[in-house]
Design a protein around this ligand. Structure first.
Ligand SMILES: [Zn+2]
Length: 96
């Protein structure tokens, strides 16, 4: 994950790796819409890092597209997880 700025539907999100205390106990990723920031736990590596980034990018997509206002918070989380699984699956099949 070399890129630090990722454009989501016209909005630049800054991706930063941070220590656990910044995220709170048990949290490995966070998308802060107001400041356009994605925070990832700094100890994440490999597929978990990739999946967590995809999950948070999906939150940013939901927000910038207006879906955050339409979807129940639990539905948002399911959508983010399914999106991450979907992209990982496509990557494993070498489609993306
Ligand atoms: Zn989430």
């Amino acid at each position: 994950m070399a890129r630090k700025i990722i454009n989501i539907l016209g909005h630049d999100y800054k991706v930063t790796k941070v220590p656990q205390k910044r995220l709170g106990e048990g949290v490995i990723g966070l998308c802060i819409f107001e400041s356009k920031q994605i925070l990832l736990l700094n100890s994440l590596t490999g597929e978990l890092l990739y999946r967590t980034l995809l999950h948070e990018l999906r939150h940013a997509f939901q927000y910038e597209s207006g879906f955050t206002q339409l979807l129940h918070p639990q539905s948002q989380e399911i959508d983010c997880e399914q999106f991450a699984s979907f992209i990982v699956s496509l990557k494993r099949q070498r489609i993306v």
